[in-house]
Design a protein around this ligand. Structure first.
Ligand code: UD1
Length: 378
């Protein structure tokens, strides 16, 4: 069976790596990897391919940045001829970025079956671009693989047949468990990237910060309030802050560089996967608005404070280390104090977050293809 696998943005790379491995180990499948080029910086792309051992993409659509409409449309236009050339049985998309919905839409309109990995997650917040991508991609998909049991209820509530949905666990955690032994020690990362004599003492005790959601960084008033709170936290715990390109631009536009450099906040370029894994594992606390990091900290047992009003990954709160704190300064301080006092809740690793999700996906997909394509040809 010919299957095209799509990646576009940074969080897709960690998800596709174990799927490509599992597809390649199964001789029923012939996989073509298409990179849309949504993320293109070396720090946002190449280091992930290298570190995660993802094969070079067979095709790079090279679409780059743009407004949502422009980016989505450019991906669709560039992907269509690739579909015509490869003539796949299946298109497999992961996650919730613009590349996910764009390629799913092209495939389904050509009558080609779509597989969505990480389906059924819902924040309930339609102002979030990813929420729209999730809802639409799930509606278009023929096979839907979920990371937590709550996802199936979200899907059936939207009219999706339960037979299409399979709970398989989390491919992001496949990648984490596979790579954990190779995680890079924070001391090494700090020595390489920071001009501080304190790299080794910083490596003993630090908090990790990431921010990139448009709702947190695009409005300078919201961003400044958030940064002020983080500056005050950094008086108690030094923070390291790998800065996403979107956030970097907003910090520069808002003139917030000095606010940060005067504080105990150490800005880093976007980190590679193995560097990030070391930082998440060793941090006293992680403050983030990322989706994937909520899951990774749960798997690692590191306390996570999510700087958003909601999460599409409720299992990280119910069973994991995650607390949804929002962006109110008082709430962030209070949650931070709870962690520092050592009174944060305990956690356990969620069901099927065991490193074998990609194998389950490929096994179920093979059975499904056997049924689907024999029926069609008979
Ligand atoms: C995208 C995803 C988001 C995901 C995030 C992870 C969508 C709607 N959003 O957001 O879900 O959490 O990736 O990083 O798909 N830029 C660069 N270099 C790059 C890529 C981007 O400088 O390699 C800058 C550009 O100024 C660009 C901006 O970042 O305009 C935003 O990039 P974009 O791909 O539109 O969305 P992200 O914010 O990265």
């Amino acid at each position: 069976y010919r299957v095209i696998c799509i990646v576009g943005a940074r969080p897709n790379f960690m998800k596709i790596a174990p799927i490509m491995r599992a597809l390649e180990a199964n001789d029923r499948f012939e996989a073509t990897l298409v990179h849309t080029g949504q993320h293109y910086d070396k720090a946002m792309k190449e280091s992930f391919f290298e570190q995660l051992g993802i094969p070079e993409p067979d095709v790079d659509l090279g679409v780059g940045s743009g407004s949502h409409a422009v980016q989505t449309a450019n991906i669709m236009t560039a992907f269509e001829p690739v579909m015509d050339r490869v003539n796949p049985h299946l298109v497999l998309v992961v996650g919730d970025v613009n590349s996910t919905i764009a390629c799913a839409l092209v495939a389904v309109k050509k009558g080609i079956n779509v597989i969505h990995v990480e389906s059924g997650l819902r924040s309930g917040d339609r102002a979030m671009p990813e929420e729209i991508n999730r809802i639409l991609t799930d509606q278009l998909s023929d096979l839907l693989f979920t990371t937590e049991r709550s996802a199936e209820g979200n899907l059936t509530a939207e009219g999706i047949a339960a037979e299409k949905v399979h709970f398989v666990g989390n491919v992001m955690i496949d990648t984490l468990l596979y790579n954990l032994p190779r995680a890079i020690e924070p001391a090494q990362t700090f020595k390489q990237h920071l001009e501080t004599d304190h790299a080794s003492s910083l490596a003993q005790t630090f908090g990790l910060l990431t921010l990139h959601r448009p709702s947190n960084v695009d409005d300078p008033i919201v961003l400044e309030r958030l940064l002020n709170t983080l500056v005050s936290i950094s008086n108690e715990l030094p923070l390291v802050f790998p800065v996403h390109p979107r956030t970097k631009a907003k910090i520069e536009q808002g003139g917030f560089d000095k606010l940060l450099s005067d504080a105990n906040i150490h800005m880093l370029p976007p980190m590679g996967y193995l560097e990030m894994l070391g930082l998440m594992d060793r941090a006293s606390v992680v403050l983030t608005d990322s989706g994937g990091i909520q899951e990774e900290t749960t798997a690692l047992g590191t306390p996570c404070l999510t700087l958003r009003e909601n999460t599409e990954r409720p299992i990280t709160v119910d069973e994991g280390t995650n607390t949804i704190v929002g962006t109110d300064p008082e709430a962030i301080r209070a949650a931070f104090n709870t962690v520092m006092l050592g009174t944060a809740k305990g956690s356990s690793r969620p069901e099927y977050w065991d490193g074998k999700a990609a194998e389950r996906i490929v096994e179920i997909t093979e059975g499904w293809c056997r049924q689907q394509f024999t029926q069609e040809s008979s």
